[in-house]
Design a protein around this ligand. Structure first.
Ligand code: G3I
Length: 468
């Protein structure tokens, strides 16, 4: 495993709090329209939450208010309605949500006409696989590699109707040398998907990570823009009509809402921003649209539940749309944990259903689609230090822990289902626990974050998202 991987893992599990110097509009330092103080609706696992988006200060949000979703063991309270939302998100309902502890399901509240129904799996007891269960809601995807059709073929075909390449469509994979494109592995994924009627998401065209060394070497602003455009043009045209949606730009915003800039640790800084400035984002979207006008173009990022970060993303997207940049959706990665951090100085502290709901409401108020793009649910709690003797094993992944994981999955799926009017895809970052990036640690730390176990058998988490 590479140093980069260790560092990235640290980013996701610990607190990546670096403050980039460059502000994203008025979202910098968390002082955007929603001025997220973090006080509304933030609850820990087990707590009932009720909160409202602060102040309705954003005109495009139309003063949406949200009722809290009950965490595992909690109860839902309140019945909020979102009034007069703009764009396609208008009237997205945030009515009282379902308590899920112990697998008991409540009812979705009234408020926006968003009642769980047979077309979205809610009462469809006959479905036995994920893709049928959620057929009325959204496609169910999995991150794969070029061997997955052999290593995980049966469950992949049985449960998923969408795939994304976990690594094989990244810049270093597709253009390892300038002007020389290597599509072999990615093509295997696309061919498998097309023979099995699966949709394909493309991940990712422009990212600060996993780039070939030649890309930034000796680059001026003009040469880097030219290299970026050439890459996007070749890749997007190669997959025209086969890849329906692209993560065009990945992880450009920091946790405080500022742009990921050219300063800070090497593995976290963006050479794109450093050399081109923030305009690289608009340039990338325009190039992708030119290469395939029918592809849906997404901005993709993690930690969407952090108030300042979701505000920064919102402000950036609003600016792009105002400038006529072809952005169609937002990808929320959703690398989740079994419970939020209890430490207020850890970004995982904000990881609640209700905070993620705020992101969905905020993004969709711009008329954008929302997708869950990299879903998994780690057993490890952010901010906690684990020693080798506390790493989970098959033996210590107890029934109780499995149930806890299942309940948390169900709580988030309840949220996704409730917002199915704007959520157009839910993709897991892997297929089964035997192959997950979360276990790719030098330390040998094993994780169990998906719906299927090491032997590709359904876990309690699978039952939890199927049986409610
Ligand atoms: O392909 C090489 C292989 O040849 C070599 O033998 C091996 C030894 O280390 O490394 C292999 O490359 C690794 C690659 O995964 C494929 O397994 C890289 O070192 C490793 O860094 C890379 O990790 C990927 C990571 O992105 C890179 O930053 C993870 O698999 C992948 O799950 C992860 O995915 C990211 C998303 O793209 C963006 N959002 C966060 C998400 C999780 O970190």
């Amino acid at each position: 495993m590479s140093t980069k991987m260790v560092a990235l893992s640290f980013t996701l599990f610990a607190c990546a709090c670096s403050n980039g110097p460059s502000a994203v509009g008025d979202g910098a330092s968390g002082s955007g329209p929603l001025a997220s103080s973090g006080s509304a609706g933030i609850s820990q696992v087990g707590g009932a939450a009720s909160g409202s988006a602060a102040g309705g200060a954003s005109s495009s949000l139309g003063g949406a208010s949200m009722a809290g979703a009950g965490g595992p063991g909690g109860t839902a309270s309140g019945a909020g309605t979102s009034a007069g939302g703009a764009g396609s998100a208008g009237g997205a309902s945030n009515a009282g949500s379902t308590g899920v502890a112990g697998g008991t399901s409540g009812t979705s509240g009234a408020g926006g006409g968003s009642v769980i129904d047979a077309t979205c799996g809610g009462t469809n007891g006959t479905a036995t696989n994920l893709k049928d269960k959620y057929a009325g809601c959204f496609p169910i995807g999995a991150a794969v590699d070029s061997q997955s059709y052999m290593t995980h073929g049966p469950i992949l075909k049985a449960h998923f109707n969408s795939v994304v390449a976990e690594n094989d469509m990244k810049f270093n994979a597709l253009e390892p040398n300038e002007g020389s494109f290597t599509y072999t592995n990615a093509d295997k994924i696309v061919d498998f998907a097309s023979s099995n009627s699966m949709k394909v998401r493309g991940h990712t065209l422009v990212w600060h990570s996993q780039n070939p060394s030649w890309l930034f070497t000796g680059a001026t602003k003009d040469t880097l823009i030219a290299r970026m455009k050439n890459h996007i043009k070749n890749v997007v045209q190669h997959y025209k009509g086969k890849v329906y949606a692209w993560d065009v730009v990945n992880e450009a915003i920091m946790e405080d809402g500022s742009y990921r800039s050219g300063s800070g640790d090497e593995d976290k800084k963006s050479h794109w921003y450093e050399i081109i400035g923030p305009s690289y984002i608009a340039e990338a979207f325009r190039a992708a649209h030119e290469a395939d006008p029918n592809a849906k173009l997404f901005y993709n990022d993690f930690y969407d539940y952090i108030p300042a970060k979701q505000q920064g993303i919102y402000t950036m997207l609003k600016g792009l749309l105002a400038d006529g940049v072809p952005v169609h959706g937002v990808g929320m990665q959703c690398h989740l944990n079994i419970e939020p951090s209890t430490k207020t100085d850890n970004q995982g502290y904000y990881q609640s259903v209700e905070n993620l709901e705020k992101a969905i409401v905020l993004y969709s108020s711009l008329g954008l689609e929302v997708q869950v793009t990299e879903l998994d649910l780690s057993l490890y709690i952010p901010g906690v230090s684990y020693t080798k003797d506390t790493f989970y094993t098959a033996a210590t992944f107890t029934d109780a822990l499995e149930l806890k994981q299942a309940n948390r999955y169900q709580a988030f799926f309840e949220l996704f289902r409730r917002h199915r009017n704007v959520i157009t895809g839910v993709t897991f970052w892997g297929i089964a626990d035997d192959n997950t990036w979360l276990s790719e640690f030098d330390s040998g730390r094993k994780d169990f974050p998906l719906l299927f176990d090491n032997n590709h058998q359904p876990k309690k988490a699978f039952d939890a998202v199927m049986n409610f």
